[in-house]
Design a protein around this ligand. Sequence first.
Ligand SMILES: [Zn+2]
Length: 274
Amino acid sequence: MPELPEVETTRQGIAPHIVGRKVKQLVVRNASLRWPIPSDLATQIEGQTLRSIDRRGKYLLLNFAHGTALWHLGMSGSLRVLQGSGVQEPPAIHDHVDVIFSGNVAVRFTDPRRFGALLWTREPIGKHQLINHLGPEPLTDAFDAAYLYARSRTRKTAIKTFIMDSKIVVGVGNIYANEALFAAGIRPGKAAASLTKARAELLVSEIKKVLQKAITQGGTTLRDFTGGDGKPGYFAQQLAVYGRGGKLCRVCAGQLTETRLGNRSTVYCRVCQS
Ligand SMILES: [Zn+2]
């Protein structure tokens, strides 16, 4: 599933090719995504210049003078850039949307499971119903130890479930929650309210580190973002605990414990995490 680092890497990968260009044509082959693509979207964006692309949580925000297109990659979606004669490349079965820009450039959306979304809004993006409840971005200064500590005071929920709650902070998916808690030495099942100030400091720092590392690695892996293989290029990472249940801890060589928390696979070390 595309997580925040993949979405951010996608943003950085496609922006240089399409920002500042006019939308020539929106081609929707299948509008039935998680929510239907609005039938007037072509009318809204054709002939308009794409001013910038932002990201909020896992939403890509394509900013036009009079509104914003929200693009979510869902469970299995990916975007790639087609250039020159590549724009005429026949679509494959799961290529549901092309946005064709001036200068013979297009962005093609592939989404086998169709849990993605492409929506349009004219309201300020912070007020949109999919955005207005979201917590701070993990890589901004708004997400700091004082914030996490204050928000956790009355919460009996497991710390792992807590940091994966997008109302608390966005973009901490299951892999990154497992990895950040290991790096911070915190057991995933501990009550959020038991977090000390010192541990909040450590946890925030490790969350930022693991996400930043993934973005940096993704940027390297996705050098061929415009390549024609259609692969989204999600990056294999060097993981300490995620997917390693029963294997040996890379720090203490003890056996890693696997359990489920909030119905998500959770792996930790009973020696290194307390
Ligand atoms: Zn260990």
